[in-house]
Write a protein that binds this ligand. Structure first.
Ligand SMILES: [Zn+2]
Length: 576
């Protein structure tokens, strides 16, 4: 390692001393901000003293189809990487385009703590473009597998070794820090890989990267390759790992490499990169922090914020199930999980999300409002906690009804928002108790479509303590109109009811939205009452709103000897 890089890495190390101390304190304190398998102790001793992060979001990551960062975006990302404590930033491959060259140059001039380097093939033009972009260090590469030599480069192994010797030496004549990559290393004959890497070191390379370019290795096989390189390379030469995710093993392979002698890990944010991408920074960094307790310069609290920045600029949406940063990474729906998490979040969450900057603490209110989702697997404990958090108080009977209606709704649609729950709860708690009801809907059939909308309603009405059945039909301009008219008709012998006002609104977006209906009815005595109802079917919410109003009307007749339940504002004022 040259003094140039060492000084940069040491300054990072000093800068983040507090973070590292905090990490250890958290791991072994009783606070249990992190709770991981204790058996990781078996591998902790194999870790290097310090793990360095080499981020290639702006180079390998930008090679993702349809991802292209503007220079301004790259500058913002680089600055945030510096705050995060990334040790080495691969800013681009300056020979690729004028834009890449300019971005590399401007990032190099930002005066970051991180080492800023550029990628170059083993050619004068490529290497000179890195030099011309004023970069701090250089990363050079050539493919070494027989497949790439024969079918891509049309070179012999001897020519490849000669090229490494020549061009690494040329790069070294301009740079203290030269990182060499044998592209497709994991599919390269091991003896030839060792020869290529040794040649690079002899020509001046200070870091040797061992890329799993096509993501075709496994943790144990990769560990073996790293160990073999570690055995023959001088101890001051750092080994880097660069893993692709073609089989979903990029993170596991990277960690296996670090357990086997590698000290530098190449990552990209969100795991973006060629094909299935690279090892994700989030997963590697959080694993090293929380699982291994490794020494590193990363300010882990900046993790989430940085991922969101890259999400915004790359235009690649973070999948909901993405580890640590996805929408579902710290959410729970099933009754068993939610109940346990409310009591102790470590039961089903390995760490306090706040530690990585995820916007949620371990406070109960925070857990309930942000991490407990309501759906068909919701249990009564989490529903109670959610209702408490939403400020809904209800009787046991009302709670049971809310719970049942919630399950009904969850069977029909996937997403249930807090506002849906509030609407159902308001609907239930705003109703008359069952024993106070006079009108109950038994059945409603609505025919609509190309025919004239026709509705047949069957209701039960309690008159003088006995329930009587009423059936009537009506046509209307639409299904709601027909249904409401049929209900009012079944009621005609009890009173001539007029619908004064009708309003409906959707609680949440989409065709599955809950419809909230408000109605106002008036009987022949001029008594006015209102009714409200919520249902995912607008015909049902309309009918229920009318029935709720009818029940209130009937109760007022019984209770007030024919006077209104809801008097007009003028009448409710004291008579002076
Ligand atoms: Zn790559």
């Amino acid at each position: 390692m040259t003094s140039h890089l060492r000084s940069k890495l040491c300054s990072n190390r000093a800068k983040n001393q507090g973070v590292k101390r905090c990490n250890k304190a958290i791991l072994f304190s009783d606070k249990k901000d992190i709770y991981v398998s204790p058996h990781i102790d078996l591998v902790r001793s194999k870790l290097p003293e310090h793990v360095y992060f080499f981020d290639t979001t702006m180079r390998d990551g930008e090679q993702t189809p349809e991802v292209s960062f503007t220079i301004d975006e790259k500058l913002k990302i680089a600055q945030q990487f510096d705050v995060l404590g990334i040790d080495i930033i691969e800013a681009g491959m300056p020979v690729v385009s004028k834009g890449d060259f300019e971005a590399c140059k401007q990032i190099s001039h930002l005066g970051l703590n991180a080492q800023v380097l550029g990628l170059a093939r083993l050619s004068q033009k490529d290497i000179d473009s890195v030099i011309d972009a004023d970069m701090n260090a250089i990363h050079v590469f050539i493919a070494t597998s027989d497949l790439h030599l024969r079918d891509k480069l049309h070179m012999t192994r001897e020519q490849c070794i000669e090229s490494i010797s020549t061009w690494v030496a040329y790069a070294k004549s301009h740079y203290d820090v030269v990182e060499f990559s044998a592209e497709d290393a994991t599919r390269t004959d091991l003896d030839f890989l060792l020869q290529a890497n040794t040649t690079a070191v002899e020509a001046g390379a200070t870091r040797i990267n061992i890329p799993d370019t096509v993501g075709t290795t496994t943790p144990k096989a990769y560990a073996y390759i790293i160990e073999k390189n570690r055995e023959i390379l001088p101890p001051e030469v750092k080994i880097c790992v660069h893993c692709h995710n073609d089989f979903g093993l990029a993170v596991a392979n990277s960690l296996a490499g670090i357990e086997s002698g590698a000290e530098v890990v190449h990552t990209t944010f969100l795991g973006i990169g060629e094909r299935a991408g690279n090892a994700s920074f989030e997963q590697v960094a959080a694993s090293l922090y929380a699982l291994y307790g490794a020494e590193m310069s990363i300010n882990i609290k900046e993790l989430y914020k940085t991922s969101k920045l890259v999400e915004r600029f790359s235009n690649i949406r973070i999948p909901v199930q993405f580890p640590l940063i996805g929408k579902n990474a710290f959410r729970h729906e099933s009754g068993i999980h939610a109940h346990a998490v409310i009591q102790n979040p470590r039961t089903y969450e390995p760490l306090t999300p706040e530690l990585i900057g995820y916007p949620r603490t371990d406070e109960l209110a925070d857990i309930v409002s942000q991490s407990i989702t309501i759906g068909k697997h919701t249990g009564s404990h989490s529903l109670k906690a959610k209702l408490d958090e939403l400020g809904v108080s209800c009787t046991e009977e009302q709670f049971t009804e809310i719970f049942e209606r919630l399950k009904d709704l969850a069977d029909k649609r996937k997403n249930i928002a807090d506002i849906d729950l509030i609407s159902i709860a308001n609907d239930v708690t705003g109703h008359l108790a069952q024993e106070d009801k006079t009108v109950i809907l038994d059945e409603l059939t609505v025919l609509t479509g190309s025919v004239t909308p026709t509705a047949t309603a069957t209701i039960r009405v309690r008159l003088n303590g006995d329930w009587e059945k009423r059936v009537d039909s009506s046509i209307g301009v639409g299904p709601v109109d027909a249904a409401v008219k049929s209900i009012l008709k079944t009621f005609k012998e009890i009173g001539n009811i007029e619908l004064l006002e009708y309003e409906i609104e959707a609680v949440t977006g989409g065709t599955e939205a809950l419809g909230v209906t408000s109605v106002k009815i008036r009987d022949e005595n001029g008594v006015t009452v209102s009714g409200h109802a919520v249902h995912e079917d607008i015909v049902m919410s309309s009918v229920q709103a009318v029935l709720n109003a009818l029940n209130k009307l009937m109760k007022s007749r019984k209770g007030n000897d024919g006077h209104e339940a809801e008097t007009t504002p003028e009448r409710s004022r004291p008579q002076l």
